[in-house]
Design a protein around this ligand. Structure first.
Ligand code: AMP
Ligand code: GLY
Length: 419
């Protein structure tokens, strides 16, 4: 079996590792990939979606796995193009991927299908935004389009809201597009991952992402500075949580996709906030989370490659995989300047000293001397497990402390408490 994974970050490194360790032992390819990923998977000569599809056909690839979202909604759409040439794809067609690409589409979908979420208004002008905010702070403002994770502002007061409105609706920093004014919700967040195959679905292990750059969950939002995952979170986060989320959110979503005529095969990520009024949806993503994948996927048992291959062909075979008991934690090491900027070219020391943990490369490259150096904001992600959460914390920090590079930023409180 030949499998190609689309993406180049730590999530794709974790997906490729899980595929490589599968008993069905697939041959692996990656696009665009990275130097670290190319130690496990072959590169391609492709430069864009059309040339990638040509490669899939010419090479006889059996399955395409969408790690990241952008190609799902680029041009024809990755899954749409795969369907045209008869190659199974794990990742939805562009029509369903609007759940991630358009926040307004997602909100309308949730309202239409009775899925709990905060109130909102979609506006086009600064005047309409002020009317919708109605002097109530904090308020949540979201640009309705892909904005590389920078399109959301939780504004504590009028001054911060006016500044964001100016950037989005006057300066058009993210280009044309509407703005959502959302009800401010409070509570711990949880990421739920579901394998969706048309009308069937399977809920996987949950995770929590630590989004802010500094310890104590302070400072600006990032792509994620670490994550914790365990099946036990379905109990520790609230008794009966799994059943509640299934009944109120996951099942209505899968039924809604069917009712709206939106076929979906792939991972669907539910970003939820556990509020005093019960869990509420913040967002959908049409892919696995990053860095959540680096914590969740090392816990998978069974044949992940066969599971995804069967799923992409329309057969959800839930018993092909399982999850190890205990806790898994991953910690991100980010470069100097992140998240505002990212310094590249710092040599990474200590990679060979790591034992009993996995190192997933998010933003690295090989330098002329053959050593890995930084090449991006999030540089690498170390993941380790333990029977208890405390044991997993001790194990992951013992190993990631062996790695260093100049300007490195790393939170020390991943997995130690909830935020
Ligand atoms: P999103 O990209 O929509 O998930 O938003 C990014 C982050 O902003 C979320 O993970 C939350 O931490 C925060 N956020 C989003 N929507 C809300 C909301 N309605 N109330 C409070 N915080 C929010
Ligand atoms: N960790 C958040 C995301 O993948 O969107």
């Amino acid at each position: 079996m030949k499998i190609l994974v689309v993406g180049k970050g730590g999530r794709e490194h974790a997906i490729i590792t899980a595929l490589q360790e599968s008993p069905s032992a697939p041959e692996l390819y990656a696009f665009p990939g990275s130097d670290a990923i190319f130690r496990l998977a072959r590169p391609t000569p492709a430069t864009d979606l059309p040339s990638l599809i040509d490669f899939l056909v010419a090479e006889g690839i059996d399955l395409c796995v969408a790690g990241e979202e952008s190609y799902l909604v680029t041009g024809e759409g990755l899954a749409n193009a795969c369907a045209r040439v008869g190659i199974p794809c794990w990742g939805p067609p562009r029509e369903a991927a609007q759940l991630e690409a358009s926040k307004e589409f997602a909100k309308e979908f949730m309202v239409r299908h009775g899925i709990p979420t905060g109130g909102y208004a979609a506006v086009e002008s600064i005047e309409a935004a002020r009317v919708a905010i109605a002097g109530k702070y904090p308020t949540v403002l979201k640009f309705d389009g892909l904005a590389a994770g920078k399109g959301v502002a939780v504004c504590p007061d009028e001054a911060s809201a006016e500044a964001f409105l100016d950037e989005v609706l006057v300066q058009r920093k993210f280009g044309p597009g509407r703005l959502l004014v959302e009800e401010f919700l409070q509570g711990p967040e949880i990421s739920i991952f579901v394998s969706v195959v048309d009308a069937d679905y399977q809920i996987l292990a949950p995770a929590r992402d630590y989004k802010r750059i500094f310890e104590g969950d302070e400072g600006p939002n990032t792509g994620g500075m670490g994550a914790v995952s365990s099946l036990e979170m379905f109990e520790t986060e609230g008794a009966g949580l799994r059943e509640w989320i299934d009944r109120a959110v996951v099942r209505p979503t899968v039924e809604g996709l069917q009712r709206d005529g939106l076929p979906y095969r792939g991972f669907l990520y539910f970003g939820l906030m556990l509020t005093a009024d019960g869990p509420k949806m913040l967002e959908y993503n049409c892919r696995f989370g990053d860095p959540e994948a680096e914590a969740v996927l090392p816990m998978i048992t069974g044949d992940f490659a066969q599971y995804v291959f069967e799923g992409a062909r329309g057969n959800l075979q839930s018993d092909l995989i399982g999850f190890r008991p205990g806790w898994s934690i991953c910690v991100v090491s980010a470069s100097a300047g992140y998240p505002a900027s990212a310094r590249s070219g710092d040599t990474i020391r200590g990679l060979d000293a790591v034992e009993n943990a996995r190192v997933f490369h998010a933003g690295t490259r090989l330098n002329a001397a053959g050593d890995f150096e930084t090449a991006g904001g999030r540089v690498l992600v170390v993941a380790a497990s333990g029977a208890t959460r405390a044991e997993a914390v001790a194990n992951v920090y013992r190993e990631c402390d062996k790695i260093a590079f100049d300007g490195m930023q790393r939170r020390r409180d991943i997995g130690t408490r909830n935020f």
